[in-house]
Each structure stands twice: as structure tokens, then as C-alpha cells.
Design a protein around this ligand. Structure first.
Ligand code: 13P
Ligand code: SF4
Length: 349
């Protein structure tokens, strides 16, 4: 059983800038009853909690069984033998778990589970585009709804997008919905001398589109020797200045493997929080940009869906949609399996 001392030891180094992300011993102590009740319910109901790297630290360190990026969590969801998966993230990630594990009950505890990428394109949009570009292979980022995946050919995540698009046999690709990630893919292929005609949809992540190349210049001047890590949802100008480009788990691993002592992570602030907890002695230059959707998850909501799930908390969609979406994700796993070890991240660096 987790103690207040243990929880405080994990959470006290986290200082990403916002008061909601600072933890006193008293705050940790006050969280223990709800954490204890969630742990009990998990055992009683054979449930596991999967939490994305961006959710609040008290979820990651208090109740999560597995944490990770979209790719890692989708694999864990598939391999888990739990009856119930509580997915603390955003809706498209919980949907991915259900697509891959139809026999499990997937509960979605977030009262505001949107994502500007997933919400920026509908199945109707994809149907129209497929009519317009009948010869293109449709590649969708995992940040899409089940209905959109069901209409696409291959799914990708931030941890495999460059390698998969490069390997797709067709020279004509339609990439959706992330315009900035699509431009990064185009630049990556150009650098590698791979010729493809890539059309790109016009969606963006409202968190990552804000970062500017000048932010990197300013930080490099102020903190000489700083390592700059960037998520591929950032603009090409920002990606071009990075030392490393990759998924959220890729960025965490890169810091874990680095001898450096100063880092600038251009992504949601949850990642900086995790690293501050793990490496209190290292310097993390913060951007503190929150994803309001990810941060809408809370211990109270997790407790509520475990205690008393409502129909709206249960992730469901028609079986024909699920089967088609599964085929799209399975193709991702097939391409990813063909990817050389060590090539599992977006970045060319
Ligand atoms: P990852 O798959 O890299 O964790 O990214 C998901 C996401 O939504 C980033 O904004
Ligand atoms: Fe979606 Fe951006 Fe939030 Fe990731 S950070 S879940 S892409 S809105």
C-alpha cells in the first residue's frame, strides 16, 4: 500500500510552473483515501489503469498500472488480461484500446476527452477526400476517431510515422489530420531522397502549434549545452532545430539515456513533470503548456467510473466500424514489425 511519504518523494520535485502541479506532504496525504479506494476496486474488478504520459502526476504515480505514449499503451491494452481497462487519457486513445480489445470493458473517465486533432476531421471529410484522391493510400495519425480510422488504410503514431510512411509501397499518400506532422514527414523523406507525392490535411494540435523556432534560439542562448527534444506535432521550423524528435515515451527515454544535465522539451508539460520527479538534480527548461483535455482526468473521475460506471463512460461503437479500424491499426503493427530496431522514433536525429 502506497504511503504519503512515498507519494511525496515522487511528487515533491515536480515544479512545472502551475500551482496545480505542486505537491506538499499534506496534499499527498489528502490524496491517499481516494488512491486506496481505487486500488481496492481495481483488485475487486480485475481492472487496470492505463495513463498517458500527459495526465496529472497523482494519477501517474498514485494509481496507474501502466504509463506511456499512444503506441505503447495501445500494445499494453491489447496484451492485458484484465476484464476492465480504465484509460486515463483522451477519447481516441480509449477507443484504440477498445478497437484492439473488443472483449474488454473500456472505461473512459475523462469528462472533456477531446483532442483538437481527432476532433478536426470527420468520417464525412475522409469519404469526400477518398473520392477526390482515389489512387492515394490514406495514412491516419492515431489521433483520430474510430470512424476515421475505419476509412483509412494505415494508422501511424508519433513513434513510427516516418518509418511507416517511408515503407508504404504506394508513391501517393494522403496523410491526415496533422498538417505539421505531415510537413515533417515530407521533409524527412526529402532528406532521405525518397520521392512520394504527399497530400496533407489541415489539422493541428493546439498545444504543439504554439511553439516557435525562436523559442529554441532563446533557450539555447540562455542555457548553453541544453538538449532540445521536440514532438513531431511541432512545426518544421521547430523540428529543424531539435537534437531529438520523437514520441512522448521516446523523449523520456532519450533523457534517461543522456549524460546531459539540461533539457528543453517542446511538448505538453506533463513530460517535464515526470522527468523532474525522476531527476530532481537535472535542469528542465519548462514551457508549461498544458493540454486541457489530458489534464481533465482526475482521481475522482477514475474512482467514479470504477465505482459506478455510466453508459456514457463505456467506450462502444458498431462492430463493422471496429473491424475496419482494427485492420487499419493492424497494418501499423505489421509495418512497425518490419522497421529496423532503433528506428522506432519519428526523428531523423
Ligand atoms: P504520443 O503518442 O507521442 O504520446 O503523443 C500523443 C499526443 O497526443 C501528443 O500530443
Ligand atoms: Fe490532442 Fe494536442 Fe492534447 Fe495531444 S496535446 S491530446 S494532440 S490536443
Amino acid at each position: 500500500m502506497l504511503t504519503a511519504d512515498e507519494l511525496y518523494a515522487k511528487l515533491k520535485p515536480i515544479r512545472v510552473g502551475a500551482p496545480m502541479c505542486e505537491f506538499t506532504f499534506e496534499r499527498c496525504e489528502s490524496l491517499l483515501p481516494v488512491i486506496g479506494r481505487i486500488q481496492e476496486l481495481k483488485r475487486e474488478k480485475n481492472a487496470v489503469i492505463l495513463a498517458h504520459n500527459y495526465v496529472a502526476p497523482e494519477i501517474l504515480y498514485g494509481v496507474a498500472d501502466h504509463t506511456g505514449d499512444s503506441y505503447g499503451l495501445s500494445k499494453i491494452a491489447m496484451q492485458s488480461d484484465a476484464d476492465i481497462i480504465v484509460f486515463a487519457a483522451v477519447r481516441f486513445m480509449a477507443e484504440t484500446a477498445k478497437i484492439l480489445s473488443p472483449e474488454k470493458t473500456v472505461l473512459q473517465p475523462n469528462p472533456d476527452p477531446g483532442c483538437t486533432l481527432a476532433d478536426g476531421i470527420t468520417a464525412g471529410d475522409v469519404e469526400r477526400l477518398r473520392r477526390e484522391f482515389p489512387d492515394h493510400t490514406f495514412v491516419c495519425y492515431i489521433n483520430t476517431t474510430a470512424e476515421v480510422k475505419a476509412l483509412c488504410d494505415v494508422c501511424v503514431t508519433s513513434s513510427n510515422v516516418y518509418g511507416i510512411v517511408e515503407r508504404i509501397e504506394n508513391d501517393k499518400i494522403y496523410f491526415l489530420p496533422d498538417r505539421l506532422m505531415g510537413q515533417n514527414v515530407v521533409n524527412h523523406l526529402k532528406e532521405k531522397g525518397v520521392e512520394k507525392e504527399i497530400r496533407i490535411y489541415d489539422g493541428t494540435c493546439y498545444v504543439h502549434e504554439e511553439y516557435q523556432p525562436e523559442n529554441v534560439d532563446t533557450v539555447r542562448k540562455r542555457f548553453p549545452g541544453v538538449e532540445v527534444l521536440v514532438h513531431p506535432e511541432c512545426s518544421p521550423g521547430v523540428v529543424g532545430k531539435a537534437d531529438y524528435v520523437g514520441s512522448t515515451s521516446g523523449m523520456l527515454d532519450r533523457v534517461r539515456q543522456s549524460d546531459g544535465d539540461s533539457f528543453f522539451l517542446l511538448t505538453e508539460c506533463g513530460l517535464t513533470g515526470i522527468l523532474q520527479s525522476e531527476y530532481p538534480e537535472k535542469q528542465f527548461v519548462g514551457t508549461c503548456t498544458m493540454c486541457r483535455y489530458m489534464k481533465a482526468n482526475s482521481l475522482q473521475h477514475i474512482l467514479r467510473v470504477l465505482e459506478n460506471p455510466q453508459p456514457a463512460d463505456v467506450v462502444e461503437f458498431p462492430e463493422d466500424v471496429r473491424l475496419k479500424a482494427q485492420r487499419c491499426i493492424d497494418r501499423m503493427f505489421e509495418y512497425a514489425a518490419r522497421q529496423a530496431p532503433g528506428q522506432r522514433d519519428a526523428g531523423p536525429n
